[in-house]
Design a protein around this ligand. Structure first.
Ligand code: BV8
Length: 242
């Protein structure tokens, strides 16, 4: 893949960089993106319907089993060349902020630190009422397992549709978008709010925005560089140039 001289120059002179990743960067690790048809038993469900407090209130066991299925997928998955390239990229700049919509923890397993998880992490469990951590999970045949403190059901520590994002992570992500010189939007359909607005904040502040995605998104017409391809191929090739 050839990159324009302009893109190389931007990356070689940048000091403050921010990155937003979505499900697409984990696609090459075998973690299905949020919009890909789900397989087997889950093919009949719409993730956007299941990832809601209403679905959990209606059928906590169904939602818990869905996350248990996804957790198994994530535990079998390995970080891919895209995740690994971002770890190296972080060392090339004075300031580097990694923001993710993903809940799979693959950035951390690749070696990234200070990852801003806007939508939580599927490997963590909390009390559905107190929202405090439940670790380790109690040994029980009950599904979902009850919180050992209050007996209410446990739930995955993820942000469902209709729920607010973690305030500190979102504020830090917005701050990074407001002050970076270069903003990467990688493997995201740029549809889910408020995450989808973060690259636009960078654009409004005059940052150079680079999108990496095999297909166009609503953000594509507005970015300075739209790199059409898979993150696991594009990112290692970009890294060679800076
Ligand atoms: C909120 C965790 C304020 C769970 C997720 C009605 C009521 C309340 C809110 C709303 C409402 N109507 C709309 C909203 C706002 C709503 C929203 O944005 N809806 C959308 C669908 C319109 N947002 C919310 O509800 C947010 N909260 O607004 O709070 C509030 C509070 C109370 C009341 C009112 C308002 C919460 C949003 C967070 C939801 N949780 N995840 C879980 O995972 O189970 S979002 C979920 O979707 C994932 O995090 C995932 O990241 C995201 C999907 O987006 P992407 O990551 O972009 O993934 P996607 O599959 O879409 O795209 C993948 C891309 O990768 C594609 O473009 C593809 O081309 C590309 N790709 C594929 N392969 C590769 C690749 N790219 C590179 N390389 C490859 N190899």
């Amino acid at each position: 893949m050839n990159f324009s001289d302009a893109l190389v120059r931007v990356l070689r002179t940048a000091t403050r960089v921010a990155v937003l990743t979505g499900a697409g960067i984990s696609a090459e690790s075998g973690v299905p993106t949020f919009r890909e048809a789900q397989t087997g038993l889950w093919a009949q469900y719409d993730p956007q319907e299941l990832a809601t407090p209403q679905a959990f209130a209606r059928d906590p066991k169904l939602v818990w089993d869905w996350y248990a299925w996804r957790r198994k997928l994530v535990m079998r998955a390995q970080p891919n060349a895209g995740h690994v390239a971002l770890v190296a990229l972080a060392t090339r700049f004075k300031a580097f902020t990694l923001i993710t919509q993903n809940v799979d923890g693959l950035h951390q397993r690749a070696g990234s630190s200070a990852v801003l998880e806007l939508h939580g992490n599927i490997m963590r469990t909390i009390c559905a009422v107190e929202r405090t951590a439940i670790d380790p999970l109690p040994h029980t045949t009950q599904v979902p397992p009850p919180c050992p403190r209050c007996g209410q059901p446990a739930r995955p520590d993820v942000v469902w549709f209709g729920e607010s994002l973690p305030r500190a992570a979102l504020a830090t992500a917005v701050e990074a978008a407001q002050h970076c010189e270069v903003f990467f939007s990688i493997g995201t359909s740029a549809l889910v709010e408020p995450a989808a607005s973060i690259p636009r904040i960078a654009l409004e502040r005059g940052a150079t925005v680079i999108e990496i995605n095999p297909i166009a998104t609503p953000l594509t017409p507005h970015v300075q560089f739209a790199l059409v391809g898979a993150a696991g191929e594009v990112l290692p090739n970009l890294l060679k140039l800076i």
